[in-house]
Design a binder for this molecule. Sequence first.
Ligand code: TYM
Length: 334
Amino acid sequence: MENNEVKKDVVFSAIQPSGTITLGNYLGAVRNWVKMQDEHSCIYALADLHTITVRQQTAVMRKNILDAYASIMACGIDVEKSLFFIQSHVHTHAELAWLLSCYTQFGELSRMTQFKDKSAKHADNINAGLFTYPVLMAGDILLYQADKVPVGADQKQHIELTRDIAERFNGLYGNVFKVPEGFIPKNGARVMSLQDPTKKMSKSDENVNGCVHLLDPPEVIMKKFKRAVTDSEACVRYAEGKDGVNNLMAIYSAVTGQSMEQIENEFAGKGYGDFKTAVGEAVIEELRPIREKYEQLIQDKGYLEECYRKADEIALKISLRTLNKVKKKIGFVL
Ligand code: TYM
């Protein structure tokens, strides 16, 4: 990793360990993280500091962090090629977030749709962290001078804000930050709930059948797809107003690599029952090796710890370079 650092484009991304990882996380982001490992210098984080914007239970949070670490590794993150660390173990993140918050406007943060959505959902706990969360995220990315940030479509607005903050800071102090680009996949960027296809598939979906988890056993995955909401037309085609079918087609396309037209041809004259079974089977096969690998990894907590401690240390070293530069430019005495 350290050798690669200089010669390749830097990729940075992160995921919140706020529950089990979903099919949406996988197709929208993590699958691309895996694909990018050979061509880029990849740095990934478990964004555990981000999760406490919503109240967590201590023991559950601890378990979720290790589970998420093992799950992401099971997806194919190779710790020999990429850095995969835990955000709260690297103090530069919280520190840069404070500095950058003084270069981010209240109005900019007020416009973030995720803040509006989450404050509506957690009306009893609209804490300051929920509001300043995008600044912490900007700091995550900018600390590593990332070129590309592979994320799902829901993070686009946060990446734009990151670019604005970086450009503003560079405008004041010279070239301190690389201005990153979002990398949003063509297929799978926005996987919707299987029960309400107008809403994003989410870890916190109240309807358990709406969300497929990476570690769901095959029979559970099949049951969720069989119950997926569709429409009364009984024709597999991609069209406006067919949100449920469009979503299933997008998932099938992302997993099999087929175009919408190819999918329409494959299921011409067949009903939704056949189609749902095919989507379920394709997803089961895609996730099977991940679940098996996870079962293996989670048994060996010592190995997992060895992996993240090593990565934490390198992440600290890399990120300190940026943090110190920022502090110096602002006028702190180092
Ligand atoms: P998080 O944990 O909500 O999601 C992790 C990644 O999964 C993508 N994603 C989806 N993609 C497609 N369909 C869906 N239904 C779906 N749900 C989630 C997200 O776009 C994301 O890429 N703020 C971030 C974590 C973060 C981060 C960062 C990301 C913290 N610091 C720095 C990039 C760079 C978040 O909450 O993602």
